[in-house]
Design a protein around this ligand. Structure first.
Ligand SMILES: [Zn+2]
Length: 66
């Protein structure tokens, strides 16, 4: 599962596309004007713990500094 942030080069419409695999060329279509001139902005993948500050930091109980 991934979210592709797309932007239409024609009308400037920004939209997101939810796909389960890779983004196909067929998915790059503006919902606003139907243009195929789409720029890919960003991709967010789900199910993969790559980025994102999830809790669970192991802080040292006693900071002995010095
Ligand atoms: Zn458009």
């Amino acid at each position: 599962m991934a979210i592709y942030d797309l932007k239409c080069d024609k009308c400037g419409k920004q939209f997101e596309k939810y796909v389960t695999g890779f983004l196909k060329d067929d998915d790059k279509e503006c919902p606003e004007c139907g243009s195929r001139e789409i720029s890919q902005q960003f991709t967010s993948f789900f199910g993969v713990g790559s980025s994102g500050g999830s809790g669970g930091c192991s802080a040292p109980p006693g900071g002995s500094f010095g």
